[in-house]
Design a protein around this ligand. Structure first.
Ligand code: NAP
Length: 290
């Protein structure tokens, strides 16, 4: 079994980005600039945003953090979005989700300029992705494609079973794995909570992408020998031995499944760090086109 080390791979990609930014600056080019909009005081969102800003600093990007109150109205938030659309110095920006319930998330995503949508959530960018046109790809599926690529894992003609059909992970991953170039060309089965006999489908999989959010959902008896596992799940489970009081658990029973897998991502340290680095790749991509 080979561990798909997202921590190490994402560091390699960060180093490459850092060198490109340095060269860009030396040539008098523009410093890539990512803005992040954070609404409210959600603990997990604050942690994610801080990590994203730290990543940007490491590679030499400029960052702007826009902190807004939990009680901000939808209209005021949309005004902030319009300001960022108009700011020519900002190459890309994200609005950290989830938003407070009184704000329509879809409306906010629709208001983001697709040319600055470095999360790749705007319908225009999802549409371009589906049509195989150059665009920003959503961070988590993009990170998984990079991981498959960096480990030279064959995907052509393989049966890829995806568990979970969220708009940010499962659904776009199914499109990317089915595209007619590497990494892709897989025969894709997209499963969800209404899927019947999921265990049988999983046992036929050469590659499994698990994005359910249920710890240990996939166990060793549900997979075949040699399977490739990309575990997206990150559920917080109580762990009194940790300072934080919790640890992250994937959707796959790592201990059992890793004995049968050819490749497997750990949780943490697998898909998560690859997701973070994808945001940097999209921001650099946007800056390059300026
Ligand atoms: P989500 O919106 O939470 O949806 C979960 C998906 O799982 C849904 O499509 C649901 O089906 C499906 N599901 C639920 N129970 C199922 C069952 N018994 N059998 C088959 N499918 C079932 O998904 P998400 O946002 O993609 O998040 C999934 C997990 O990934 C979470 O733990 C999240 O924290 C983690 N995550 C990690 C990263 C990272 O970078 N590592 C990024 C994003 C998300 P229905 O559609 O039928 O309801």
């Amino acid at each position: 079994m080979i561990l798909l080390d997202g921590k190490k791979t994402s560091q390699e990609i960060r180093n490459e980005i850092g060198l490109e930014v340095k060269a860009l600056k030396e040539k008098g080019g523009k410093t890539p600039h990512l803005a992040v909009v954070l609404v409210g005081n959600n603990g997990a969102s604050i942690t994610y945003v801080n990590a994203k800003i730290k990543d940007c600093e490491e590679v030499g990007f400029k960052t702007t953090l826009i902190k807004l109150s939990e009680t901000i109205s939808e209209k005021e938030l949309l005004e902030e979005v319009h300001k960022l659309n108009a700011d020519s110095d900002v190459d890309g920006y994200i609005v950290q989700l989830p938003l407070p319930t009184h704000v329509d998330e879809q409306k906010v995503i629709m208001a983001i300029d697709p040319l600055k949508d470095v999360d790749g959530f705007h319908p225009e960018n999802l549409g371009k992705m589906a049509l195989n046109l150059p665009t920003f790809l959503p961070a988590t599926p993009m990170g998984m494609m990079d991981l498959l690529d960096r480990y030279n894992i064959e995907t052509g003609g393989k049966h890829c079973v995806i568990v979970g059909r969220s708009h940010i992970v499962g659904l776009p991953a199914s499109i990317l794995m089915g595209r007619n170039h590497y990494p892709g060309n897989a025969t894709v089965t997209l499963t969800h909570s209404r899927t019947i006999n999921i265990e049988k489908i999983l046992r036929e999989a050469d590659i499994i992408i698990a994005a359910v959010g249920k710890p240990d959902f996939i166990t060793a008896d549900m997979v075949k020998e040699g399977v490739v596992i990309l575990d997206v799940g990150t559920t917080r489970v109580v762990d009194k031995s940790k300072k934080s009081g919790y640890r992250l658990k994937g959707d796959v029973d790592f201990e059992g499944v890793s004995k049968k897998a050819s490749y497997i991502t750990p949780v943490p340290g697998g898909v998560g760090p690859m997701t973070r680095v994808s945001l940097l790749k999209n921001t650099l991509r946007s800056a390059r086109t300026k």
